[in-house]
Design a binder for this molecule. Structure first.
Ligand SMILES: [Fe+2]
Length: 407
């Protein structure tokens, strides 16, 4: 999506004869928005329609938790059990019609191929590294990467070491914010990242093996398995604008100001009725009278979830790596009592966090219920936090006291 790429061999003109050892290859135009959106053209050894056997269709079953109260919440996710693989191990935490947000700590290796036929994916790699093997070639990834996978990409994870992923799946498109690009698509001076920070597939290996290869395709809110008699990575070459890529959160250049910059300055991706933002270590507001943490704000038309990746928040009781806060629509939120005063004179923050703001309300899963600390809604209540400063009390009632200090 970010710019034109080509890997392997393609003929000089599209839609012309292209042969491999005398055999005419199958040309596949894989594109968006009815032939007027971004596309890539792939050349396959086999027809991508060739199916040996239709396997099972498994509908996706979501175990929804409808809380009895509408409140700010803090989910403690770091301790979740590992299970499944990088796809079957995705455990939805919250979702709406635009985006589904899951936690994933895979314990198994994928023994099949996967394709999301109804959504784009962003996989934030909190921990782990490896290679996403795809029909477009190899996409190496490591801790801190956002792995962006457009719908229709057949892939398989080859992980190296333990993994911890935060996964966004959307029926819409994942895009680089329009305001970061000029009319030709080039990233502007002033955008928080540049083309050099975007990493497309590195190597294309054309597989010629025959046998039985299961492909699981997410479609119609379920998973349909197909068995094909050829290795699905049978692409000889491709070119175009549509392919998987990575971008490291550590390459996001924070935008700071003399006074507080609003959350959109941290925007990394735009989706259908949602955004994904990166809060990275940065210098704080430098006006002598600046209050370096945010003003209170009301999410009148959006929900805000923040996933804590790393930083100095660990000094506060109850808040740790993997914490997620959810500030749902209709309620104001802001720093806990005393924190604004305390922030004055601060010059920098080392916090690293990923935020997703949605325009429409998020539903919660039974897993969210399990991980909900049940106390965060009271963290602005001074008597409950052990005094006017908002410092954690001995029993940790101020869970999350530092959590909103920079958002
Ligand atoms: Fe906020």
């Amino acid at each position: 999506m970010p710019f034109y790429q080509r890997l392997g061999h393609v003929p000089p003109k599209r839609h012309t004869q292209f042969r491999d050892n005398g055999t005419l290859l199958t040309e596949e135009v894989m594109g968006l928005e009815g032939f007027v959106g971004n596309e890539s053209i792939l050349y396959h050894l086999q027809s991508p329609c060739r199916v040996q056997k239709l396997g099972e269709f498994e509908p996706i079953v979501r175990d929804e938790w409808v809380p009895e109260t509408h409140a700010h919440r803090h989910f403690v996710t770091y301790g979740i059990d590992a299970g499944g693989d990088e796809v079957t191990g995705r455990r939805p935490l919250m979702w709406n019609g635009d985006v589904e947000i899951s936690l994933c700590r895979p314990a198994e290796t994928m023994d099949y191929f996967f394709r999301n036929g109804e959504g784009d994916e962003v996989i934030f790699v909190h921990e782990g590294s490896g290679t996403l093997e795809t029909s477009f070639g190899e996409v190496p990834y490591r801790e801190g990467d956002y792995v962006v996978v457009p719908r229709g990409t057949t892939y398989r994870f080859r992980a190296e070491g333990p993994q911890r992923h935060l996964v966004f799946e959307t029926p819409g498109l994942i895009e680089i914010p329009r305001r970061y690009r000029n009319q030709y698509g080039q990233l502007l001076e002033g955008a928080p990242y540049y083309h050099r920070d975007i990493h497309p597939p590195t190597e294309l290996h054309t597989h010629r093996e025959r046998g039985e290869f299961p492909i699981k395709v997410r479609v119609r809110d379920g998973y349909q398995t197909y068995v094909v008699d050829y290795h699905p990575f049978d692409v000889v070459g491709w070119d175009g604008y549509l392919y998987p890529w990575t971008f490291s959160v550590h390459d996001f250049e924070p935008i700071t100001g003399r006074i507080h910059q609003p959350p959109p300055s941290h925007q990394t991706f735009q989706g259908q009725n949602f955004v994904i933002c990166s809060f990275c270590p940065r210098k704080l507001d430098f006006d002598p009278l600046a209050v370096p943490i945010p003003y209170h704000h009301s999410n009148l038309q959006s929900e805000e979830m923040i996933y804590y990746v790393s930083g100095n928040f660990g000094s506060r009781k109850g808040v740790d790596v993997g914490s997620i806060t959810l500030h749902p629509s209709g309620l104001p939120h802001g720093p806990q009592p005393g924190l604004a005063e305390k922030s004055i004179g601060m010059h920098e923050t080392s916090e690293l966090a990923v935020m997703c703001d949605t325009f429409h309300p998020l539903k919660l899963s039974a897993l969210a219920h399990e991980l909900d600390d049940g106390k965060y809604a009271y963290s602005w209540y001074e008597n409950a936090t052990g005094g006017e400063t908002g410092e954690p009390s001995a029993d940790g009632d101020a869970t999350g006291a530092g959590l909103t200090s920079h958002f």
